[in-house]
Design a protein around this ligand. Structure first.
Ligand code: BEZ
Ligand code: FE
Length: 295
């Protein structure tokens, strides 16, 4: 019996020694932050391997998974970000970096469909032209936590159409459903677009296999992305989610926060804001945005 205990103790000591040896190998770094991050990463990774007693077959499968993720990644497809998203690592990073203020608008995942240099539009312009979907008017005000309107804040928006696709997912796409604008002297912004629909994150690669193995859905609830930048304030990356969407409780990337769920009010055809006359029903969403001051 004692011999078994001795063996277990020796085994534990051997495993501890591997971890300490690897951690020590990063102590030569001249960058203390690098050393801190790598030492913690190694301790958690080794702890995980020991916790599940990872088998050689499972290690092979993990390497094959990461290899496939690398092979499917190109300038239009980022499988590692998707992996981070479905493991909740993206939302955890958002969480640990959010200003600890309950009076500012909450942030959520950035996602892979942002495009640099989306067109500049005037307030009230329509970014939904040529897109399939019910016309949707979105407006609100950007303020600081003291309630003062922030003039000239940059509001960037992007969203999928009623089929659940972003412009960049269409063959030979033209930019649509995305733009940036600047708030007026009272911090107000507004634009027309189309009502977004729920959509699946790309699931034809290894991340899709990972979801299928857990019988998890790839769906995200309908949303519009926002990035809001104002001098002296923390940049906000967030979405508004369409209230009532069936996937609000099962977002594949864990991005939903109750404060971001927004009513998209349905209106009858006819006269609409900014001189529009709409011959179908249209919807309206109000999103007032509160930015946290930079510390
Ligand atoms: C998005 O909302 O655009 C998104 C976020 C995470 C993964 C895939 C898509
Ligand atoms: Fe999205």
């Amino acid at each position: 019996m004692d011999a078994v205990f001795d063996d277990e103790e020796q085994q534990r000591a051997r495993e501890d020694a591997v971890t300490e040896q690897v951690v020590a190998s990063f102590e030569t770094s001249t960058d203390p932050r690098y050393e801190q991050v790598m030492s913690s990463l190694v301790r958690h990774l080794h702890g995980f391997i020991r916790d599940v007693r990872l088998t050689p077959g499972e290690w092979d499968a993990a390497i094959a998974f990461l290899t496939r993720a690398g092979q499917i990644t190109d300038e239009n497809r980022q499988e590692f970000i998707l992996l981070s998203d479905v493991l909740g690592a993206s939302m955890m990073t958002v969480g640990v970096n959010s200003p600890p203020r309950s009076d500012a608008t909450e942030s959520t995942v950035f996602g892979p469909f942002f495009v640099h240099n989306a067109p500049l539009i005037g307030l009230g312009d329509d970014i939904g032209e040529g897109m399939a979907g019910r016309p949707c008017y979105v407006h609100g005000r950007v303020t600081g936590t003291d309630g003062s309107g922030l003039a000239g804040a940059r509001v960037e928006v992007w969203a999928a159409d009623e089929a659940g696709f972003y412009d960049v997912q269409y063959e030979g796409h033209a930019l649509a459903g995305r733009a940036h604008m600047f708030t007026d002297e009272n911090g107000r912004f507004d634009f027309w677009t189309v009502q977004p629909a729920a959509y699946p994150i790309p699931y034809d690669g290894p991340v899709g296999d990972l979801l299928r193995a857990a019988e998890r859905s790839p769906m995200r609830p309908a949303h519009i992305h926002f990035m809001v930048v104002a001098e002296g304030y923390v940049t906000l990356i967030t979405h508004i989610f369409v209230a009532g969407d069936q996937y609000l409780d099962s977002d594949a990337v864990f991005g939903v926060k109750p404060s971001l769920i927004t009513e998209f009010i349905e209106h009858e055809p006819g006269e609409a804001p900014r001189g529009h006359v709409v011959d179908s029903t249209w919807s309206e969403a109000v999103f007032d945005i509160v930015l946290a001051p930079e510390r």
